[in-house]
Design a protein around this ligand. Structure first.
Ligand code: ADP
Ligand code: ADP
Length: 239
């Protein structure tokens, strides 16, 4: 059974239908790369899966369970309340193009925040858990630094640690290296590749074709709100 399924997702902004019925399915440990031109709906589908905004139509299932809505006994659905959404969002880690770290918190506290506020851990346990995660992304030596004191690549690795620390079922990456200077791209891709090797289920929007070819199990090509082609990376890229 798939870990993540998106079925017939539709999303309209104003009078523009940005997603026109998109399906995605990922098995445990699968890595899927989303490619396609700017404006084709890739970020939108990630935001829907991350439960940051509701779909207009379609459903999202995590481990077979529908998320983002409640289903009544008569089969109709309605949106979840904010508290229930917050709980379901913990299962989905999201990494954005702009790292979105809290500027007023040091590295350690950017990562402990979710553990103390959302997961209800003690400060001590949260600090230990966060430090282990930051070590894994190669940021164990920068715990007391503030985001403004870090390179973009370092900030993005902290953002990855922050998303990982709640032990999500899937990780979503929305052009995680597009805002980085070229020389910093590699260190972020390396962390992502390690994560994939460790068996994380991942959806990655990226223009890094070498990464997609090497790491993705499947590529889905978006165009105008639909997936127009999908398959193994070797079918999409020349050597
Ligand atoms: P991609 O990630 O493939 O570049 P997006 O999902 O970001 O595409 O955007 C798809 C389309 O939806 C674009 O035309 C974009 O301008 C539009 N769009 C995205 N978010 C919003 C929004 N919140 N309000 C209005 N239009 C939006
Ligand atoms: P729309 O304009 O399409 O109704 P909104 O901007 O009202 O969308 O929706 C955004 C808000 O809806 C967010 O505060 C979000 O928490 C909440 N929300 C409700 N249901 C969902 C859902 N299934 N997935 C994501 N966000 C949801």
């Amino acid at each position: 059974r798939p870990v993540l399924e998106a079925l017939n997702l539709h999303r309209t902004y104003g009078d523009t239908e940005v997603l026109k019925g998109v399906d995605l399915s990922l098995d445990r440990g699968e890595v899927k790369a989303l490619l396609g031109p700017s404006g084709s709906g890739k970020s939108t589908i990630l935001r829907l899966i991350a439960l940051l905004e509701p779909a207009d139509e379609g459903e999202i299932l995590l481990n077979g369970k529908q998320v983002g809505v409640t289903t009544n006994t008569n089969g109709t659905t309605r949106p979840l309340r904010e508290a229930q959404l917050a709980k379901q969002r913990r299962d989905i880690g999201m990494v954005f193009q702009r790292f979105n770290l809290f500027a007023h918190l040091d590295v350690l506290h950017n990562v402990t925040l979710a553990l103390t506020e959302v997961a209800g851990m003690s400060k001590k346990e949260a600090a230990e858990t966060a430090a282990v995660m930051l070590e894994r992304v190669g940021m164990g030596h920068r715990l007391k630094h503030y985001p403004s004191e870090l390179s973009g690549g370092q900030q993005q690795r902290v953002a990855i640690a922050r998303a990982l620390v709640l032990n999500p079922t899937v990780m979503l990456f929305d052009e995680p290296t597009s805002a980085l200077d070229p020389e910093l791209v590699g260190e972020v891709l390396a962390v992502m590749e390690k994560l994939a090797d460790e068996g994380m289920t991942m959806v990655v929007v990226t223009h890094e074709t070498r990464f997609a070819r090497r790491v993705a199990d499947e590529v889905a090509l978006f165009d105008h709100g639909r997936i127009i082609e999908s398959g193994e990376p070797s079918a999409f890229f020349d050597d």
